[in-house]
Design a protein around this ligand. Sequence first.
Ligand code: NAD
Length: 481
Amino acid sequence: MLKIKNYINGELIEPSKKQYIDNYNPATGKVYSFIPDSDESDVELAVAAASAAFHSWSNTPKDERSRIMLKISELIEKNLERLAVAESVDNGKPVSLARMVDIPRAASNFHFYATGILHYAAESHSMEDTAINYTLRSPVGVAGCISPWNLPLYLFTWKIAPAIASGNCVVAKPSEVTPMTAYLLSELCIEAGLPKGVLNIVHGYGHKVGSAITAHPKIPLISFTGGTKTGAEIARVAAPMFKKLSLELGGKNPNIIFADCDFEKMIKTTINSSFANQGQICLCGSRILVERSIYDKFKKEFVASVNKMKVGDPADAASRVGAVVSKPHMEKVLSYIELAKEEGGTVLCGGHQIKLEGEFSEGYYIAPTVIEGLTADCRTNQEEIFGPVVTIMPFDTEEEALKHANSTQYGLASILWTENLTRAHRIANQLHAGIIWINCWLLRDLRTPFGGVKSSGVGREGGFEALNFFTEPKNVCIKIK
Ligand code: NAD
């Protein structure tokens, strides 16, 4: 069985203690490869390699950094099918989704920042005839990048690309639940001629590798995407060391549907925004708030469409819903469905594990689940479930919809359906979220700021926001009189 390797100082190497973790295929529930169980000694090697490479890489002309990154982007595109299959096997997502979304986006991330860095300029501030200020922006040094399992290569590259484009060297850790495409990326980086030490990938557990990266005195900057609890722990460790932090955390996003929406479009998109990637996207709308006058119609048509979604083998093109990522995660999601029932909810469809036949009989499948009859403040409607589970709730007024929408500790994304232009702008202005989609979902322009408010995070990714994060500004003031 394949043993994944760490990528340190340009080479694929075993973890120093030669220990490995089982890697499960969620579709079958079987171990299919081994992940390095690295520790702080491996992180130490990676930091040494990144520190040694920093002087040369940060002084490499932007054009050359860009050229190498474009080559990596091309290689991701060239290997699209192989990477998509690997992502699907590792994560349980339908291969069609990995083919259409995850892997093309990973290629775009490299392409976007390979070209973005060529257009990135710093400011100048003139004090009339007294002085001129100009701002230099320098890479910070060794950046720590830690990513989750739900969009493995997509989110991993979303951090690495701006970090290395702006001249930093990186010590990165993919999720130990989905390490495979990060490993394949390290092979592509070698093929593309990325100089050794510029990117180092250390595999393993969060409490060993992740915490060693967070606590390392030679890593002054951490870009993290994952759960809110982990983000709080990282902030606690990093704060006394004054590290720069970007934290992209959990969500409990509202999907607010007004009676005047384009009903057909809304239903089609709401199926996706509820259940794409088995509901395991931080941007999914898991609390669906529907204006009372169309509540019954919505409930009937939505549930009918959900019932038609095929749950099955992720490799089968007909499967709309694959496996959730792991057994513990499946158990967590199922426990939330039980909680919803205890809290007075009625399960309209789904609500249970699905046992498939043959080689998939031990896989982690959950029927897409719709629940009604819950209050806005119950735990089911306040806590992140991160699975194929949504609640639906009627509302009577705009004020009530807004109150419920803004009632959680989270503030990542909100979705709004209305054809009323003034209402759309009015509500967008009042929603507590970093990202608002009106009459659409997951439509992304990589130049726009990405991130959340409240417990959904600190800072923004995307566009020049990420290049600002991965650089330190230095103001130079010259007196001219
Ligand atoms: P997680 O917090 O458990 O793990 C994320 C990463 O952090 C993993 O690589 C893990 O090994 C590492 N880690 C764990 N403990 C650590 C520690 N003490 N120190 C340093 N690193 C540590 O999250 P997950 O279960 O992998 O991902 C799901 C979560 O991610 C959900 O809450 C979801 O909303 C969130 N998410 C947010 C966004 C966003 O952009 N805001 C995007 C995707 C996922």
